[in-house]
Design a protein around this ligand. Structure first.
Ligand code: DGY
Length: 322
């Protein structure tokens, strides 16, 4: 029997590519240049399965493309807002993601952004490298203390909980959260107290960390109105999805001092970054590095391959989301 044809759209760690080649008839992307929409469509016409990354837009056109007809999209990432889920369902295409294996890395990145922004570490490093450090001074480059402060978490799923645990156990922080489906008893294990609305969390928190999925209901949940509710000393961290934040409103708030700072790993139009953000010193910017450790990127690949293997063996893939 011929092996399923799988198109892997981006360069993956070598170990994952080797394993993929041992299991399937794979097409790799050795250039590490992201495929264009037209290339993705061509790929879909020749494949049984796609293994795309989280910035490939898997549109209705791709999911319904004639030709060999793809049967499964094994997304390389926990987020799957790059896939048109309604079109996948309409075309009978199965969609899977890669949860769990990136929880720790992404939570670590959120905490790193919080510390970097609170203590102004990146601008301190820039000052030193620019030869502008002329010795230790009591009032030089002061940030704000993190330990013992209040962290508000929007979305207490796997990653939100891992952030809550780090903040509570590691930094003695009081943790608040908004996530109506999370049972209270469960959240207490992470030292987190529920609030009835996003607005309540924003009003009471010194730091806010976003961990909600991107969907129509969460788009621009951080906007001019909600930013105005946050204390002026507040710092916003986003390691979830760029769509959650109205970047133009955030730029205005950071300029006007409505909030004190931000730490962002994700953006509305990746890889474009709002020019207003690039011009500001009170925002820390990372290039979507949340899950970027070698171990985790290998584990994500293995998880995506395991989903494909199960599917083509006729078993239910473990991480099916559609
Ligand atoms: C994801 O998995 O959704 C991240 O954004 C990339 O690791």
């Amino acid at each position: 029997m011929s092996r399923p044809k799988v198109v892997i759209t981006a360069k993956l760690p070598d170990a994952v590519e080797h394993k993929a080649a041992s299991l399937f008839d794979v097409t790799l992307n050795p250039t590490d240049t992201l495929l264009t929409a037209a290339q993705l469509l061509d790929a879909a016409r020749t494949a049984d399965a796609l293994l795309p990354n989280v910035t490939d837009k898997i549109t209705a056109d791709i999911l319904g493309a004639s030709g060999r007809r793809i049967k499964i999209v094994a997304n390389y990432g926990v987020g799957f807002n790059n896939v048109d889920i309604a079109a996948a369902k309409a075309n009978g295409v199965v969609v899977t993601n890669t949860p769990d294996v990136l929880t720790d890395e992404t939570a670590d990145t959120a905490i790193a952004l919080l510390l970097m922004a609170a203590r102004r570490l990146p601008s301190g490093e820039r000052m030193l490298r620019a030869g502008q450090w002329h010795g230790w001074r009591p009032t030089q480059h002061l940030g704000t203390k993190v330990t013992g402060k209040t962290l508000g978490i929007i979305g207490l799923g796997r990653i939100g909980r891992a952030v809550a645990k780090r903040a509570h156990d590691g930094f003695g922080m009081r943790v608040l959260y908004f996530d109506p489906p999370v049972p209270m008893g469960e959240a207490k294990a992470y030292g987190a107290e529920a609030r009835a609305t996003v607005e309540d969390v924003l009003r009471e928190s010194d730091f806010i960390s976003l961990h909600a999925p991107a969907m129509p209901e969460t788009r621009h949940m951080i906007n001019a109105k909600t930013l105005a509710l946050m204390p002026r000393h507040a710092i916003l961290v986003n390691s979830a999805r760029g769509d959650l934040v109205d970047e133009a409103a955030l730029v205005d708030a950071l300029k006007a001092g409505t909030i004190a700072g931000a730490g962002l790993d994700v953006f509305e139009q990746e890889p474009k970054v709002h020019p207003g953000l690039l011009a500001l010193d009170n925002v820390v910017l990372l290039p979507h590095l949340g899950s970027a450790s070698t171990e985790t990127r290998v584990a994500m690949g293995e998880r995506a391959l395991a989903n494909l293997e199960a599917f083509f063996a006729g078993d239910p893939p473990r991480d099916r989301v559609a």
